[in-house]
Write a protein that binds this ligand. Structure first.
Ligand code: ATP
Length: 911
């Protein structure tokens, strides 16, 4: 049979053909056999860069080629030691570059794995979440609004299901899907309404399907090549550094040319000058910079993962450090999303409910006395609709595993939406459970969506009558009600009662309760209900349910830290204004004078008016996802860098438009995750704060090693430059310059890339997004420290040469050692934006190790006899070490002392 024609088959035929069970799905064993046979459910990826190619690329670098040409010339001139040493250095350099790049590639790959899509399937009779790539033909897949279809499916059930298939058909209007048979032949993809295709998007409703094709055997697989796009993972900073690198090459080459020409004019050996020139150019160009930036980013990203923040787009790491406003959802992000119904309202009476957590144990208390729901018709109706208009399940045991303990001792869990779960629990406290309501059959569901803020079901009783059950936000629901259940009868909903209901709603909301209203209506025989508008009108109001959703404990502190760090937190919620305000106050989001506004006000407000107020608004209540986009744009227009959270399908545009779009790892839809640049593995607001802190730290670390590398390079160039201009002998031989570049520059720079945050990371305002990497004095620091390192190295060289006019090698060894030590001392200065004395130098263990290794290597090069002729060094005595250490310390210590004096002076002035 042509696999294209699944749509011609009945459900039973599909099930038979796929040899699966329509209820229990495949067994795990069968699934793994099929996985072996057909392979993973993935579209073949474009060829990855192999490690060998990465290694080869290291030797393609322009400066390496120059160096190799120099080697060739040395070889031709018979300078074999030089040639071999240069080759050895090139190889070591290449291997180091390879390790750096390979590691960076690997961590980026690991990152992709983490954000891989998942899907809900039934196997062994259990609904479970698995990685989409594990899906096999015959699997039963469940999906709902916001999911991306993970494979090609024949639809088995569909409730208000709509799928957007533009990725496949180009048609962006969602298609309504059905579960019936299509009898025509040769039906185009867009009209195969009982099929769902891999990669398309569920925009509404829920459904279930059996997998007919996976991986390259899907419709998407056929056009896989067309849709594969590789995102550029370069951050703006990396791009800017690449440009900067090009400018630096020109400057370094120009200065090198001056050095070579000046040297030759002062009668230096042209060959020596040529080699010195090449080495200097190689040393002065920070070719390792991009790789170290990538490593710092990749390692930082791994630290973020440990703190539950998963970066999907590398550039957002940088943007995180600039965030000035976080717009956060309330439910689940600021609060725990562990709901418990505390209060009910029926027939004008406030009923309290006792009990904790999800345990279905508790009493209903009215004016201090227990009431029995079975003696109270309206209360019964409320609790019944709670269960019937509900998709959550209350199950025993931690993971739903049954236990034989008594109801009191068992653990209970909710599967599904916590709001609905809470309603299940409160009903179960009155022993009203799905099993006790089997006389009702669900015919249709109009699923909840945050735009409509309601959910309803069409039900048929065993005896034949039909009913619509509805629950939703009280204000929205009440507008659809004409009657109320009052004193056991259906009565007209008078304005007075309407007012009373709204007051009760308000009263509950003031206590930070999330309130849902419940209503119903009997359906006349013969009435056809096709859509939610027909279902949700002329309703009979039954009552209110108020549930607590406690704030997450760590969030208050995270919000405080953000405030200190100059970042404003804004709450955006679909919940009632009073509830939102109450929680915002508890969490310290809403300051005195801060404004709260609701969706309706926002809708009525002109853009100009909104622009004027936007910075004073801290809470947006009863907003729909579409409003989020308006909020992001208005804040951005004010110059803010906005982080915005979201979980639903409709949140995607706002998440995309925000500077940092944040999706929820647990409750978020695939669409929101795909649109996001950051995913919170734990849905927790505090994780955003942690990610911002890491983002700032990463940027600081990049600044640190850029400062270190460039100051070192400036020092290296200047010592040669000044010496040649002044007509001195060559202070460093070419091999020494290459050595400094390789050992002294590389290792400590990498250690700076993983440095700890400076104490004030979250105590200063966000960095302006357009700020140059050299801002806040970095450029000046690089030039001044580089200048001092150059001068001090030359000083040590000159003094030694004065004392030993015939021993140039000794003077060169002194210059070499001074330069290395000056850099290794200066690296500790780079850890602080202030001075070397402001941080404990031993705190970064990697740096200490890198410095010790570099010092030991220096000692080896100076004292090991076989190396001395290669590196043109001689042994130095204690006194010489003493002198060189003084010269080496000056650039860092002198500047540090000046910094301290300056601080003291300023302190006295401000005192
Ligand atoms: P956020 O997550 O953005 O902070 P929220 O979760 O409180 O907001 P929504 O989920 O959009 O916002 O809910 C808005 C309102 O819709 C709620 O205040 C509640 O009254 C009602 N509501 C929530 N969930 C359901 C549901 N499953 N069925 C019916 N009504 C619901």
């Amino acid at each position: 049979m042509d696999t294209n024609q699944w749509y011609n088959l009945t459900i039973q035929e599909c099930i038979d053909r796929m040899q699966t069970d329509p209820v229990k799905g495949l067994s795990s064993k069968e699934a793994s056999i099929r996985l072996e046979q057909v392979g993973e459910n993935i579209l073949q990826e474009k060829q990855k860069v192999s490690p060998f190619v990465i290694l080869l690329n290291q030797f393609k670098d322009f400066m390496v080629l120059v160096l190799l040409a120099a080697t060739l010339i040395s070889g031709l001139l018979g300078e074999y030691t030089d040639a071999i040493t240069i080759i050895a250095i090139v190889i070591i350099n290449g291997i180091l570059g390879f390790i750096q790049e390979y590691r960076a590639e690997k961590s980026l790959g690991a990152l992709k794995e983490l954000t891989a899509p998942t899907a809900h399937v039934v196997r062994d009779g259990e609904l479970m979440q698995i990685q989409a790539k594990q899906i096999v033909p015959g699997d039963l897949v469940y999906f709902e609004g916001g999911d991306r279809i993970p494979a090609d499916l024949r639809i088995l059930t569909s409730q208000g299901l709509q799928i957007e298939e533009s990725a496949l058909t180009g048609e962006s209007v969602p298609v309504s899907k059905i579960d019936g048979v299509i009898s025509q032949q040769e039906v185009p993809l867009g009209d195969q309404k009982n099929m769902a295709f891999m990669g398309t998007l569920v925009t509404r409703g829920t459904g279930q399907g059996v997998v007919t094709g996976t991986g390259m055997h899907t419709e998407m697989g056929k056009i896989a090549d067309l849709i594969q796009t590789t995102d550029s993972m370069q951050t703006p900073l990396q791009q800017r550094l690449e440009q900067l690198g090009k400018i630096l090459i020109v400057i370094a080459l120009a200065l090198t040319a001056v050095v070579v020409i000046a040297g030759i004019m002062h009668n230096h050996n042209p060959y020596q000058m040529f080699l010195a020139g090449v080495s200097l150019a190689v040393a002065a160009i920070p070719e390792g910079l991009p790789a170290i930036v990538t490593i710092a980013l990749a390692l930082g990203v791994q630290r973020m993962i440990k703190r539950k923040a998963i970066v999907r787009k590398l550039p957002s790491v940088e943007t995180l450090g600039c965030a000035s406003v976080i717009c956060s959802d309330k439910t689940g992000t600021l609060t725990q999303n562990k709901m418990t119904v505390r209060e009910l309202w029926v027939e004008g009476k406030q009923i309290e409910v006792s009990g904790t957590g999800y345990q279905p144990l508790g009493n209903f208390i009215l004016e201090g006395k227990e009431v029995y729901p079975d003696r109270h018709a309206a209360l019964m109706k409320l609790l019944e609709i709670n269960v019937l208009c509900n998709n959550a399940r209350l199950v025993e045991g931690k993971e739903g595993k049954k236990s034989i303990l008594s109801r009191e001792k068992k653990e209970w869990t909710i599967i599904g939406d916590p709001t609905e779960g809470a309603l299940m629990v409160v009903s179960a406290k009155a022993r009203i459970e799905p099993n006790s309501l089997l006389q009702w059959e669900r015919l249709k569901e109009f699923p909840f969506d945050s735009e409509r803020k309601m959910m309803s079901v069409l039900l048929r009783h065993r005896k034949g009558e039909q009913m619509v059950g509805v629950k939703g936000a009280p204000d929205v629901l009440l507008a659809r009600c004409t009657h109320i259940l009052w004193n056991g009868k259906v009565s007209i909903l008078t304005p007075t009662i309407r007012k009373e209901i709204m007051e009760s709603n308000q009263h509950m909301a003031e206590q930070a309760l999330r309130v849902l209203g419940v209503a119903y209506r009997d359906v006349a025989s013969g009435e056809r209900i096709v859509d939610e508008n027909q279902a949700e009108n002329k309703l009979v109001f039954v009552g209110l349910c108020g549930m607590i959703d406690p704030p997450r404990e760590e969030v208050k502190e995270a919000i405080r830290k953000c405030r200190v760090a100059g970042i404003k937190t804004v709450m955006i919620t679909g919940d009632h204004q009073t509830t939102a305000e109450a929680i915002a106050r508890q969490l310290g989001i809403l300051p005195r004078g801060g404004l709260t506004i609701n969706g309706q006000d926002l809708y009525n407000m002109s853009d100009e008016e909104f622009d004027k107020k936007v910075e004073q608004i801290y809470v947006y209540a009863r907003v729909s996802p579409e409003h989020k986009l308006k909020i992001v744009r208005a804040l951005q227009a004010k110059g803010h860098v906005v982080a915005m959270t979201g979980d639903g399908v409709n949140d995607a545009p706002a998440i995309k438009a925000a500077n940092i779009g944040i999706a929820m790892g647990i409750t978020g839809t695939d669409v929101s995750k795909e649109a996001s640049s950051l995913v919170l593995a734990d849905d927790n607001f505090a994780t955003i704060e942690a990610a911002i802190e890491e983002g700032r730290t990463i940027y600081d670390n990049i600044r640190k090693f850029i400062r270190y590398l460039l100051a070192s390079n400036v020092g290296e160039i200047l010592v040669m430059f000044f010496a040649m201009i002044a007509g001195m002998p060559l202070p460093l031989v070419p091999i020494q310059i290459l050595w400094v570049n390789l050992v002294t520059d590389g290792l400590p720079a990498m250690a700076l890339g993983v440095d700890q945050a400076e104490g004030n990371t979250m105590k200063r305002p966000p960095r302006p997004s357009r700020e140059s990497i050299f801002a806040r004095g970095l450029g000046w620091k690089i030039l001044s420290r580089g200048f001092l390192i150059g001068i001090c190295t030359l000083g040590a060289f000159w003094i030694t040469l004065q004392a030993n006019p015939d021993d140039l090698t000794k003077a060169q060894t002194m210059a070499f050692a001074t330069l290395v030590m000056a850099q290794l001392i200066h690296v500790f200065d780079c850890r602080s934006e202030r001075t070397v004395f402001h941080r404990n130098p031993l705190q970064n263990k990697w740096l200490v190790v890198a410095v010790i290794v570099s010092v030991l290597l220096l000692i080896g090069v100076i004292y090991l006899e076989p190396l001395q002729p290669i590196f043109k060094t001689v042994a130095l005595d204690i006194q010489e070490w003493f002198i060189l250490l003084i010269f080496a310390a000056i650039p860092t210590v002198a500047v540090g002392v000046m910094g301290l004096l300056w601080d003291a002076l300023k302190g006295r002035r401000t005192a």
